[in-house]
Design a protein around this ligand. Structure first.
Ligand code: FES
Length: 90
């Protein structure tokens, strides 16, 4: 299946494809990248990850609208990407 978008990990330079049917978190974990999680529903904030470049597609209920609009962090357990590549501080 073609990737819906890609996440690039700024610290390692790795690029990980995210398929339409999987969460960013699933894609990261499938490639051995560990992110702390709890609810996996965009509610708790545990998985909050900094976004360095790109535009997240926010689906969480944790960040305020202002925080979502800032586009400098997102919840990889549920949120996706509007841009073809999302660069993460991982
Ligand atoms: S694990 Fe709870 S918001 Fe992602």
């Amino acid at each position: 299946m073609a990737a819906e978008f890609e996440v690039k990990l700024a610290r390692s330079g790795r690029t990980i494809p995210v398929d339409a049917g999987q969460s960013v978190l699933d894609a990261l974990q499938a490639h051995g990248v560990e992110v702390a999680t709890s609810c996996q529903q965009g509610v708790c904030g545990t998985c909050q990850t900094r976004v360095l470049e790109g535009e997240p597609d926010h689906w969480d209920m944790y960040l305020t609208p202002e925080e979502q609009a800032a586009n400098d962090c997102f919840m990889p357990c549920i949120s996706r990407s509007k841009s073809a590549v999302l660069v993460l501080d991982l």
